[in-house]
Design a protein around this ligand. Sequence first.
Ligand code: GMT
Length: 378
Amino acid sequence: MKIGIVCYPTFGGSGVVATELGKGLAKAGHEIHFITYRQPTRLDFFSENLFYHEVDIKSYPLFEHAPYELALASKMVSVVKYENLDLLHVHYAIPHASAAYMAKQILKEEGIRIPVVTTLHGTDITLVGKDPSYEPVVTFSINQSDGVTAVSEDLKKETYSHFAVNREIEVIPNFIDLDRFKKQKKEHFKLAICPQGEKLLVHTSNFRKVKRVEDVIRVFYEVRKEIPAKLLLVGDGPERDKMERLCRELGTCDDIRFLGKLEAVEEVLSVADLFLMPSEKESFGLAALEAMACEVPILTSNAGGIPELNIDGVTGFVSNVGDIQDMKKKALQILDEKNLPQFKANALARAKEFDISQILPLYVKYYQKTIEASLAKV
Ligand code: GMT
């Protein structure tokens, strides 16, 4: 198949999933055309089946905001037309699904039919999308897509409850490449961070409010009162400054390190004992899956689709959002040497269920079904 993939090229989960999916499909012999405004972060090598088309967002003195959606739709039109694509797969509804709708209508005028699959990732539904300033367009463009997937059962449920969506949504979970995300030998790194054999807690995110990084620090503060421990915070975002101030207020700066945006996050995860994800909202929790693949148990909130990944008491524990005391208790239980090896083994076993080799065929099957249904309509 020849597939166009539209996504945000940044560090966010939807961009990572879209890029890894494209890479996996290209490896399986499909021709993949990325259509984005910048080279996706993880698309940094050559493959004969991978193509990159940059969206050229022209500005003009009259525009306060350059019309990205129009530039994207125009680029989709030309790529579909000149590369003879079979399908467009857009990741994150806003504004990709509506831009795809526009491109589809333009192409229809020229006698070209292009099926569109929209994948809902999370905040496009649970936060931004349901805001009245976007909701009518999001509802319309989801309904106009030829296929719609969501990354968890919970996100599917949220979509039906917040939008007047009248079509079937297929759940296809996030996935992981276990060849890349696996425990590596990094003992020297562990020794540098935890010279006295302290337990190592890790959190990775884009430091938005919805991630509740404050809870990560407060749970760590409580845990450190009981056992020697260190915390590594990977990523960056709007909450970072506030979090650095909180560390200073709590007097925990010596035991917490902010590592910023790291490419090789698997190296940090390889030496971690516990991964924290206390999010307010989380449709799936790709970052937690990456940790599990590196044999790290996870302590999470019960938000959104996380409990579909984290099996309470097996791969880690699940607590109510914001319940610091419960999280502290459960963190200590996981970190207890009597329990830790089993939690680590369970985390890895669970991650294997989401290996790319298991999930990629689900997308391929869904594309084929969508293309066939679209051809049948002609
Ligand atoms: O919140 C993020 O980290 C970014 C966001 C995105 O769409 O770029 O991530 C969402 O999509 C990921 C991939 O499907 C999911 O694993 C994340 O759970 C989801 N984030 C939220 O729902 C907050």
